[in-house]
Design a protein around this ligand. Structure first.
Ligand code: PBG
Length: 321
């Protein structure tokens, strides 16, 4: 007897009956870039369709995203002032702090996530404080991150997402939050964040390219897989509520391995360079954009992701509303 798997692919309805994975709009998170100075707002040349926004534009966008069924937004601040110690990151009325308040006010049902890092706030563009030898100092950076996290928590953020890759920051954040009564502030850790070429367009968007060197002394080395599971295990032990793998497409083996090894909710970050690749090919007429996006996103679900952070969130949600 010949086996005929094609039998179940004959009609759209049969294919739908046996479809194994589904992408829901409420699993999606749209990253938003919010500027302190209005004149920094505008298009990002390497990310066609994505803009840096003013606070008011961000609030309007948050309302639209909620209306089309998106689960959350991830905020990145573009401050007016950068210095060696990222001082505007811990300002009580910093741009991210103000935007959190404004969005939670306008659309309380939408989950607001704040990326927690220093690279957009330092004049040297590194994710932490530097030693006199120009190295990123782990422990003083962690102390700074904890202070910043409290300002986000006081602003009413739902989730804090540390993306700096310093050691011990999840535990330090959890203690700082708990000691100040913010037991309900969720931590979504960028646990396995690789030193990736695919962050290029983001650095244009956020003006956060390192002035010297690179991020390889803190972000992970791309060839490593077991180390990613170790990083994730440490973050879970330190109290992370959600763990993340980043970037997405080149690291789906890590997503699958993490899903199999841990029961903690798992997020994946489909980064700026992955967005730029598809956009560039589509703008050249080299591939069918909508199909390429949907195929890529369902791949993340198939690999085991619960939450998908993607610059295509709004586009997907509008097409599948
Ligand atoms: C901040 C941060 C980065 C991204 C998210 N948080 C940049 C980096 O680490 O250089 C990248 C996001 C993207 O490329 O879409 N540390």
């Amino acid at each position: 007897m010949i086996h005929r798997p094609r039998r179940l692919r004959r009609t759209a309805s049969l294919r739908s009956f046996i479809r194994e994975n589904h992408l829901r709009r409420d699993m999606l998170v749209q990253p938003l870039f919010v500027c302190e100075r209005a004149h920094d707002a505008g298009p990002i040349s390497s990310m066609p369709g994505i803009e840096r926004m003013t606070l008011a534009q961000c609030v309007a966008k948050a309302k639209e995203l909620h209306a089309v069924g998106i689960g959350g937004v991830l905020l990145f601040g573009i401050p007016a002032h950068k210095d060696a110690v990222a001082s505007s990151n811990e300002a009580e009325s910093g741009i991210v702090q103000l935007t959190i308040r404004a969005i939670k006010d306008a659309v309380p049902e939408l989950t607001v996530i704040a990326d927690l890092c220093n690279c957009e706030y330092t004049d040297h563009g590194h994710c932490g404080l530097l030693t006199e030898h120009g190295e990123v100092d782990n422990d003083s950076t962690v102390a700074l991150l904890a202070r910043v996290a409290l300002t986000y928590a006081r602003s009413g953020v739902d989730i804090i997402a540390p993306s700096d890759m310093m050691d011990g920051r999840v535990g330090a954040l959890r203690s700082a939050l708990d000691e100040s009564g913010h037991h309900d502030t969720v931590i979504m850790s960028y646990s396995a964040k690789y030193a990736s070429a695919f962050y290029g367009p983001f650095r244009e968007a956020a003006g956060s390219t390192p002035a010297f060197g690179d991020r390889r002394s803190y972000q992970m080395d791309p060839p490593n897989a077991r180390e990613a599971l170790h990083e994730i295990a440490l973050d879970i032990e330190e109290g992370a509520d959600i763990v993340m793998v980043k970037p997405a497409m080149p690291y789906l083996d890590i997503v699958r391995a993490a899903r199999d090894a841990f029961d903690t909710p798992l997020a994946v970050y489909n980064v700026s360079g992955e967005y730029a690749m598809i956009k560039a090919a589509a703008l050249n007429g080299w591939l069918d954009e909508d199909r390429a996006i949907d195929e890529m996103l369902i791949g993340f679900v198939r690999a085991g992701a619960d939450i998908i952070i993607t610059y295509f969130a709004e586009d997907f949600a509008r097409r599948h509303a």
